[in-house]
Design a protein around this ligand. Structure first.
Ligand SMILES: [Cu+2]
Length: 311
């Protein structure tokens, strides 16, 4: 709920003003029209008006119902424009951050080697987000900041704002981009400028053990958009505890139980539709036969082995 009412950025107030204005007008008209309709129904009913009068027009009334709404919609336009125009004028001192949207995650690249899964920003500094999509249309939405822009492949879109509230705020994708669209979430974290500088120059990831080679390949091929490492079910089965796991699979010749060994895992990657894990959809996972070499397949299998042994 919090993010609904926080005005987390410099742009939020004008957006809220336009929204509240339009909302108030709609509210007044909804009530007004309903009351008027009920009044007319009763007052001009046939029972009360045995002999209806015939007339063609009423200039005074027509002028009023044209001019008043015209003024109202022009005011709506005015509030909308006053809120919108500054959003497209990026201040020269804005700090650039590249936002990369892909199925189904956000990534924030600070241009100095720092890449983050969360959008960490300094308090009260202008920031420009360059919006890049690696695959389909996405849309970056930060409700607390009242900013939303489409992220379109092959098109350089952007947004800017100045966070005026410290704390953590939600990020959503608001363009339906496939199965796990609703899980395409992240956070904005607004820090003191000093804390931010420390964070920005700290290039090590918190758990600074390098990933095993197999995991590097898994991450590079974005397998983890569909397979979790922590046991949760995403689009496909989790990789946690995969090696040696007993699994029910659907084959051309019926269901059978298999144990995930080297051969099965490799086949799952190069020919995913041959043996389907029961309960998951066919055809989601594409074959990686052309993309992953035999050597890399070994590394992936090794990774699954060690990750089971060390658990
Ligand atoms: Cu998306």
């Amino acid at each position: 709920m919090e993010t609904l009412f926080n005005q987390g950025s410099n742009l939020a107030e004008a957006v809220d003003r336009a929204f509240i204005f339009i909302f108030a007008i709609s509210f007044i008209f909804t009530i007004g029209i309903t009351v008027l309709m009920i009044y007319i129904l009763v007052h001009f009913s046939r029972k009360k008006n045995k002999n209806p009068k015939q007339f063609s027009h009423n200039t005074k009334l027509e002028v009023i119902w044209t001019v008043v709404p015209l003024i109202i919609v022009l005011m709506m336009f005015y509030y909308g424009w006053v809120g919108f125009a500054p959003m497209r004028q990026v201040p020269a001192d804005a700090m650039p951050v590249t936002v990369i949207g892909r199925m189904w995650s956000w990534e924030f690249d600070y241009g100095n080697g720092k890449v983050s899964k969360e959008l960490v920003l300094p308090f009260n500094k202008n920031v420009k987000l360059n919006l890049v999509s690696r695959d389909v249309n996405h849309s970056l939405f930060i409700p607390a900041f009242r900013v939303k822009e489409d992220v379109i492949p092959g098109y350089e879109n952007y947004m800017w704002f100045r966070p005026i509230m410290k704390g953590t705020f939600d990020i959503y994708c608001t363009e339906y981009c496939g199965l796990a669209h609703s899980a395409m979430l992240s956070k904005v974290i607004v820090l003191d400028s000093l804390e931010f500088k420390q964070w920005l120059t700290e290039l090590k990831v918190p758990d600074n053990l390098p990933d095993p080679p197999g995991l590097v390949i898994i991450k590079a091929n974005a397998c983890i958009t569909c397979h979790s490492l922590d046991g949760s079910k995403v689009i496909g089965p989790t990789f946690k505890g995969l090696y040696g796991r007993k699994t029910l699979v659907v084959t051309e010749s019926g269901d059978k139980e298999i144990e995930a060994n080297d051969e099965y895992i490799k086949k799952s990657i190069t020919d995913p539709n041959a043996e389907q894990v029961k309960g998951y959809n066919k055809g989601l996972m594409q074959s990686y036969k052309e993309k992953i070499s035999a050597e890399d397949l070994d590394k992936i299998v090794d990774y699954f082995k060690i990750s089971v042994e060390t658990k």
